[in-house]
Design a binder for this molecule. Structure first.
Ligand SMILES: NC(=O)c1ccc[n+]([C@@H]2O[C@H](COP(=O)([O-])OP(=O)(O)OC[C@H]3O[C@@H](n4cnc5c(N)ncnc54)[C@H](O)[C@@H]3O)[C@@H](O)[C@H]2O)c1
Length: 314
């Protein structure tokens, strides 16, 4: 039975903790957060959990097989490397880190320590995106012409002490939202041939629109933090091929074929559960982590740097 601990019990952690609690072949033994009440609220559901506010104390006491990192981005690499040096396998929320150098460093540590390390790039486990990947790779609907991906909403006002809104700690919308879609594109189609960047950053507003070119096709990826924090988050895509268009509104995927009725080809899954199960299986069986690789993440970080070096409006 694998022992798991989670560090960082903020916004995204609920999707991880609830899934660890459902799994039969692992035991979630401990949670750690500087703000004790954020971790303690899980005791209602799982009274046997051990709660910590100090990372080192948790690692010394619990000696988990897996550490699941849901900390702010600027802490990912430092905690992942420390945990691997202690002999623990690490699942880490996206993004891998703040820079390409950090990404290289954390993978070097994984190699040196022989530990499994995976970044939770959740779209790779998301049924509607898996279907899109297959449509692009198989050519089932003919050639791809155009894509639109979006990830929009108000700025993340509730992040812990506002860390998300400090560029040096988060790289803002680029690593908060845009990286999901960019990572998917690089995962499926490799590095884009060309990209045009349109970005406006002013205070906590961050509006990013990148047009990626892949041969004859172009893909418009829009990621935003609007000034009004209450604007609901929406994410989805529209992809146009020779023989069909695929439209995903974040709830349901619809395929519009040239001939015949529109249809929904896949049921929505719990992709956070999938990524966690996949990682635990890799640890348990010793299989290499092939769903999210260093090479692909380095390509992503490379494009991230290029986008970030472009001039912004505002
Ligand atoms: N996959 C996704 O869809 C998705 C969605 C949101 C966030 N994320 C990623 O998850 C990470 C966390 O984001 P969030 O929105 O949950 O952040 P958050 O600000 O809501 O939560 C961060 C938590 O970490 C705790 N913390 C900070 N420093 C700590 C330390 N040294 N020891 C213990 N606890 C500490 C804080 O108290 C807080 O509870 C980010 O890297 C973000 O990019 C991924």
């Amino acid at each position: 039975m694998l022992k798991v601990a989670v560090i960082g019990c903020g916004n995204i952690s609920g999707s991880h903790i609830s899934n660890w609690l459902k799994m039969a072949n692992v035991t979630l033994v401990a949670l750690c957060d500087l703000e004790r009440d954020r971790a303690e609220k899980w005791l209602r559901q799982a009274p046997k959990l051990h709660i910590y506010t100090d990372y080192a104390e948790m690692m010394d006491q619990e000696k988990p097989d897996i550490l699941d990192i849901c900390l702010p981005t600027y802490l990912h690499v430092q905690y992942a490397e420390d945990a691997m040096r202690r002999g623990t396998h690490v699942l880490c929320e996206k993004p891998v880190g703040l820079t390409e150098d950090e990404a290289k460093s954390v993978y070097r540590t994984a190699r040196e320590t022989g530990r499994c390390f995976m970044v939770a790039q959740v779209l790779r486990f998301w049924n509607e995106y898996i279907y899109l990947k297959d449509a692009i790779e198989s050519g089932r609907f003919g050639a791809l012409h155009y894509g639109r991906m979006y990830r929009n909403g108000g700025y993340p006002k509730t992040s812990w002490h506002g860390w998300m809104m400090k560029n040096e700690l988060s790289r803002m919308v680029l690593l908060d939202r845009h990286i999901h879609d960019l990572d998917f594109l690089v995962y499926v189609m490799g590095k884009p041939d060309h990209y045009d960047v349109f970005r406006r950053v002013k205070g906590v507003e961050d509006i990013l629109n990148v047009v990626y070119r892949y041969g004859e096709a172009f893909i418009n990826a829009e990621s935003t933090w609007y000034l009004q924090a209450g604007v609901p988050f929406t994410a989805g895509y529209f992809f146009a091929f020779d023989k069909a268009s695929l439209s995903y509104d974040g709830k349901k995927l619809t395929v519009y074929p040239d001939e015949g009725e529109p249809f929904c080809p896949v049921e929505h899954n719990d992709p956070y559960g999938e990524e966690i199960r996949y990682f635990a299986e890799c640890v348990e069986t010793g299989r290499p982590v092939t769903m999210v690789t260093e090479e692909s993440l380095l390509n992503v970080m490379n494009v991230v740097d290029a986008i970030d070096s472009e001039e912004t409006i505002g």
